[in-house]
Design a protein around this ligand. Structure first.
Ligand SMILES: C[S@@+](CC[C@H](N)C(=O)[O-])C[C@H]1O[C@@H](n2cnc3c(N)ncnc32)[C@H](O)[C@@H]1O
Length: 268
């Protein structure tokens, strides 16, 4: 089951605004090994592969591959017309297309590589999406999913629970840590990829966000769908309570929020 309803996913990703806030927070405040290095090592691209990036968002990954000299066809696909428009404008040397992971607009055996980075936890029918990824892969083609492991940003979610205890208006916010873990993580996610592809490879990457002031953590949290769905008044209440708690976390120095990402590889 997806972490959010299809309507919530569509609203959250209608434009890149909220996602960009989170991407920039990761870029500025992360310590430890970066995600892209692991992606590159696991994919070990020669540069000639035809590659599909599903749920590409603003297209940074296809853009990076093309800028790095990748010669094969690169298609970034996303459900959101706004993301596709943004990606096409930003990275005119890659191809971008609107579509649904569970009904890919490509013939069988089109691609050498399919990637799904931080998107399968939003998909309502993961089995259908994985079947589609397999269908559009050439025999021997490779699949890589990147997703958050359970316990991702546990320290942030502990602070949310502490800041907003028991208030029914914020039940969904307190519960959202769990919905991601159950939607597609190293537990259920790995099993689903195994069912679709057979053998899988699993690798973890441990890093962290380190905050020395509360505001960036607050901006990150304010960008997530459940916060955006609150009324303006409720959101103001939540933000004031969160700011107090985040301030206390950063007062003594640096607040470390751990990130554990899982990479699931498979082959057709
Ligand atoms: C968290 S963003 C990840 C974007 C990018 N892959 C990254 O790692 O930065 C999830 C993206 O998946 C897209 N998405 C969600 N459900 C989808 C579906 N069923 N088919 C295609 N794209 C989908 C959203 O529109 C959004 O752009």
């Amino acid at each position: 089951m997806s972490s959010y309803s299809p309507a919530e996913v569509a609203a959250q990703y209608a434009t890149e605004r909220h996602l960009r806030t989170r991407i920039q927070t990761h870029e500025r405040y992360s310590v430890g090994p970066g995600l892209e290095g692991t992606v590159d090592r696991l994919l070990a691209l020669s540069g000639d592969e035809d590659l599909l990036d599903v749920g590409t968002g603003p297209g940074d990954f296809p853009g990076r591959l093309r800028a790095g000299g990748h010669r094969g066809r690169i298609v970034g696909m996303d459900f959101s017309a706004g993301m596709v428009e943004r990606a096409s404008a930003e990275y005119p040397d890659a191809e971008f297309q609107q579509g649904d992971a569970a009904a890919l607009p490509f013939p069988d055996a089109t691609f050498d590589v399919v990637t799904a980075r931080h998107m399968l936890y939003h998909v309502s029918d993961v089995a259908a999406a994985l079947a589609e990824f397999k269908r559009v892969l050439k025999p021997g083609g490779r699949f890589l999913a990147v997703t958050n492991a359970s316990g991702y940003m546990a320290e942030l979610w502990d602070a949310v629970a502490e800041a907003l205890p028991g208030d029914p208006r914020f039940a969904d916010l307190r519960g959202s840590r769990q919905s991601f873990a159950t939607a597609f993580s190293e537990t259920g996610g790995v099993d689903q990829v195994k069912q679709a592809f057979g053998d899988v490879g699993i690798e973890f990457l441990e890093s962290a966000l380190v905050f020395s002031e509360p505001e960036p953590a607050l901006a990150y949290l304010n960008s997530i769908p459940v916060m955006q769905q609150l009324s303006d008044l409720d959101r103001e209440d939540a933000l004031s309570a969160l700011l107090r708690t985040f301030k206390a976390r950063t007062q003594g120095g640096e607040w470390r929020v751990s990130k554990r990402v899982v990479f699931i590889s498979a082959q057709r």
